[in-house]
Design a binder for this molecule. Structure first.
Ligand code: FAD
Length: 402
């Protein structure tokens, strides 16, 4: 039997780290190349929702308990108005699949630590401060070149290098991201301001101002406040908090308290982008994964979840065809394109739902929203939270030798 070839992974984001682990657990040697430092990976960002479809995919890699410990299990989500009036209640935990584990709200850094530790224990090599400048394929081999001139060759390259992926740019004609029209402020408050653990608390005001808040452990709550704005906007130094408070002026409930209890240097601002749909995700021994293949908007919080699903399916397909990695990559792309397309359609449908700002018409509009959501949300959430179906569950405690 031939030795399994080395799999190179571009990027140590949530998708890249999960892919590295999933592939390593199938017995392939794996090297991850990440341009940032390990400290940056563990400290950047705020907190994310990792729904049951993705935590259950992580559980298939043996990380279920670790993820539930590092995050806060989700029971429900609720949407309220700027006056804190309930609009939609979603018992998301009831809409999970048999055998699944709950979703979690979790600090990005905590999830990165769980994944990095598991990768290191499984024998994945992670090289930080390793900026890939190009790759070239030669038959079933692929070589990446780093900024410092080092070259590494493997039997597959997984481009998990996110939005504006260099890997994608070399195999697809046009990968410029599309601006959603929305910029979002984010932060982590040390005080929970009445947001209950286990609840994804969403709020929707007028004129497109909306956001969310959820626990990430230790009594800390991460929050977002988004609003329509041109891309590339900046806040003058020291004015960011005032700007956010201006956007949520008059909001009742947690939002103002959360913003006031977040240190100035932890107030972040991010323009939100997504990618056009690509029908092709790979070529020869190269494939794409996560945001590099299919970045979506933040609505419904599925971007990282889909990257995790990709990663677990990729490992599964390589495990099912270890002697033909190129065929396994195409098979992975086929399986994932169908699922991601369906999730993406749901996201865009929800994101394009109409908005009514008129004070007189809004109560009627909110009643209709509640009516339609109550009728349709169970089917939608059950579909979103469907974990990937795998050929086989890898045995995480037994890493096959390459
Ligand atoms: C404000 C905001 C909130 C979000 N909230 C959620 C949420 O609640 N739930 C959810 O599921 N998703 C959420 N998302 C989406 C989620 O963040 C992304 O979908 C997810 O991070 C994608 O993971 P990835 O590994 O594919 O890419 P990334 O996380 O972008 O990782 C790519 C990695 O590749 C590295 N890299 C890039 N180029 C190179 C190179 N040339 N050489 C070496 N390394 C390179 C980068 O440094 C980075 O570490 C949110 C996104 C935003 C912006």
């Amino acid at each position: 039997m031939h030795a399994k070839p080395t799999v190179l992974v571009a990027g140590a984001g949530i998708g890249g780290l999960t892919a590295a682990l999933a592939v390593r657990l199938q017995g392939f040697p794996v090297t991850v190349l990440e341009r940032r430092t390990s400290l940056r990976i563990e400290t950047s960002g705020t907190g994310v929702t990792i729904w049951s479809n993705a935590t259950s995919a992580l559980a298939a890699l043996g990380l279920g308990d670790e993820v539930l410990r590092a995050g806060v299990p989700i029971q429900q989500s609720r949407l309220v108005t700027e006056r804190d009036v309930p609009v939609i209640h979603t018992p998301v935990q009831e809409y999970t699949h048999p055998g699944s584990i709950p979703g979690v709200t979790i600090a990005r850094g905590a999830l990165a630590r769980v994944l990095t530790d598991a990768c290191e224990q499984a024998g994945v090599v992670i090289r930080f401060s390793a900026n890939i400048t190009e790759h070239r394929s030669d038959g079933d081999q692929v070589t990446v070149r780093l900024e410092d001139g080092t070259e590494l060759t493997g039997g597959a390259l997984v481009g998990a290098d996110g939005l504006r992926s260099r890997t994608a740019a070399r195999i697809l004609p046009d990968t410029d991201p599309v601006y959603t029209g929305v910029t979002t402020y984010r932060g982590v408050s040390d005080t929970d301001c009445g947001v209950p653990p286990g609840t994804v608390h969403l709020f929707q005001g007028r004129h497109g101002v909306n956001g969310g808040a959820w626990h990430i452990g230790g009594g800390r709550v991460t929050w977002t406040v988004g609003h329509p704005a041109p891309p590339g906007g900046q806040d003058a130094p020291g004015t960011r908090r005032a700007r956010i408070l201006e956007l949520i002026d008059g909001f009742q409930g947690p939002p103002q308290c959360l913003v006031r209890n977040t240190p100035q240097d932890r107030l972040l601002r991010t323009d939100l982008y997504y990618c056009d749909w690509y029908d092709r995700w790979g070529q020869g021994p190269v494939t794409l994964l996560g945001d590099a293949a299919h970045a979506v908007t933040t609505v419904l919080g599925q971007g990282a979840c889909q990257a995790i699903e990709d990663a677990v399916v990729l490992g599964d397909e390589l495990g099912a065809a270890p002697g033909d990695p190129v065929a396994a990559l195409r098979s992975y792309e086929r399986v994932r394109r169908e699922r991601v397309r369906s999730v993406r359609d749901t996201i865009f449908k929800v994101a394009s739902a109409p908005r009514v700002d008129n004070r007189l018409l809004r109560p009627l509009f909110l009643r209709l929203t509640r009516h339609f959501a109550t009728r349709n949300q169970e089917a939608m959430w059950r579909d979103l939270q469907q974990p990937p179906r795998l050929h086989a569950t890898p045995a995480p405690d037994v890493v096959a030798q390459p």
